[in-house]
Design a protein. Structure first.
Length: 149
């Protein structure tokens, strides 16, 4: 009787990322944190809030704080366009935060083993970037959601 060998192909663990642009750079955020993506509503400013907070919005009857990723990354302030979006993230049960981005591009899958460590210059504890992935010929800086918020 012939012996039959069974090989199980080990599938690479792939995560999905929402890819967004800020000042001609690509960033990605793990899709498991993303609740929704909305167009720019009216943002109500909050006095004496940290500089990177743009204010608050009302979404489905809930008040959601909104962070400017441009300000958080120490870039020049945004000029909202038709492509500007707010990514609503779930940070904890029943806690959401909106992230203002210049544009949302796509959702991509990147195998975990293809995400490289960031440069040693970026590996400080407070770094907003947890790794760098590549899709086609584009580099995508993977954001550390805990540090963004």
């Amino acid at each position: 009787m012939e012996e039959l060998a069974v090989y199980q192909e080990k599938k690479k663990e792939e995560k999905k990322y929402v890819v967004f642009g800020i000042k001609n750079e690509n960033f990605g955020i793990d899709i498991s944190f993303v609740n929704s993506i909305i167009q720019m509503p009216h943002i109500t400013s909050v006095p004496k809030s940290p500089e990177h907070y743009s204010g608050i919005i009302t979404l489905r009857g809930e008040v959601v704080p909104v962070i400017s990723l441009r300000r958080k990354m120490n870039l020049d302030d945004e000029a909202y366009t038709d492509n500007s979006r707010i990514i609503i993230t779930d940070i904890e049960k029943d806690k959401q935060v909106g992230l203002i981005v210049d544009e949302v591009k796509e959702v991509v899958e990147i195998p975990s083993d293809e995400i490289m460590e960031p440069s040693p210059f970026l590996k400080k504890e407070e770094s907003l970037i947890s790794g760098v992935g590549k899709k086609d010929d584009e580099l995508i800086s993977v954001c550390n959601i805990e540090m963004l918020i």
